[in-house]
Write a protein that binds this ligand. Structure first.
Ligand code: OGA
Ligand code: NI
Length: 262
């Protein structure tokens, strides 16, 4: 966490190198959202986002400063990936599927790191740290300190999630909701700011890789449980997801709208 914080304390000249012109550069730092110019309201955060796993593929593209970043975050990514696999295996078992069920077919091979830094905000009523969204991938492992900010939408109300030191928050992502045919639901969430303390968080997304399809897994569907989602090409799903700012309903609707009408 101290290395993550240091990333955002660096002077602007350093940060400038990480603000890419093109949006799909693999390691990117940004303020508010990836499309700052298109924001209706700017968010009160700086972010650094990059793929993390497999290390050989990505580590050389990560920030060079703080100079321990690549080594330390590299070792840590391997551990987080292991934790992610353990959780995915427990989820498989909980669903009555065999252990390791989601561990194949490129379904949970990747890890994406997204660091968020929310400076103290003079008036937290005017904006948010992150607007309400669903996470796109399988599961999110969120690391935070003892400063609250995360809220989950339940029955139309925002509920603050306690910030428990040294504990991770695990969130189910939309890809897992589709894979489990809606048995596991992704939680809609947001982050609020506060006026007196900076808050830094690290979200580790366990994600599919490659050209897979995200669809209800055949072992969870039968005549009583028909598929409620169709098959989505992962890359296309992700593109739409970011376009719709993590609004799952809008993403699904965008496919329906293209369906040929009878
Ligand atoms: C995210 C996220 C919440 C937080 O990065 O997807 O929801 O508290 N972060 O930083
Ligand atoms: Ni999120």
């Amino acid at each position: 966490m101290s290395i993550f914080k240091e990333v955002f304390e660096k002077p602007n000249e350093y940060k400038h190198d990480l603000y890419p012109e093109e949006i799909l550069k693999t390691c990117k730092m940004f303020s508010s959202t990836l499309k700052y110019e298109c924001d209706k309201v700017h968010l009160w955060r700086d972010s650094l986002r990059h793929p993390a796993y497999p290390l050989e593929e990505w580590q050389h593209l990560w920030p060079e400063y703080p100079n321990t970043y690549r080594e330390c975050v590299g070792n840590y990514s391997v551990k987080i990936k292991e934790l992610g696999s353990r959780i995915m295996n427990l989820i498989s078992e909980g669903l009555g599927l065999e252990c390791g069920y989601f561990d194949n077919d490129n379904l949970s091979d990747s890890l994406v790191i997204s660091l968020n830094h929310y400076p103290p905000c003079p008036d937290p009523s005017l904006t948010l740290g992150v607007i309400k969204h669903f996470d796109a991938y399988l599961i999110t492992v969120l690391q935070q300190e003892d400063i609250c900010g995360l809220q989950v939408l339940k029955d139309g109300e925002w509920i603050a999630v306690d910030a428990i030191p040294h504990a991770f928050v695990i969130n189910i992502g939309c890809a897992l909701q589709i894979l489990t045919n809606g048995k596991l639901k992704s939680a809609e969430h947001r982050a609020v700011t506060n006026s007196d303390q900076a808050r830094t968080t690290a979200a580790f997304f366990i994600a599919p890789s490659g050209d897979c399809f995200i669809e209800p897994t055949k072992d969870l569907i039968d005549e009583h449980n028909p598929p409620i989602y169709k098959s989505y090409e992962y890359k296309e799903l992700l593109t739409r997801f970011f376009k719709k700012h993590g609004d799952m309903d809008m993403v699904l609707k965008s496919y329906e709208e293209e369906e040929p009408k009878d």
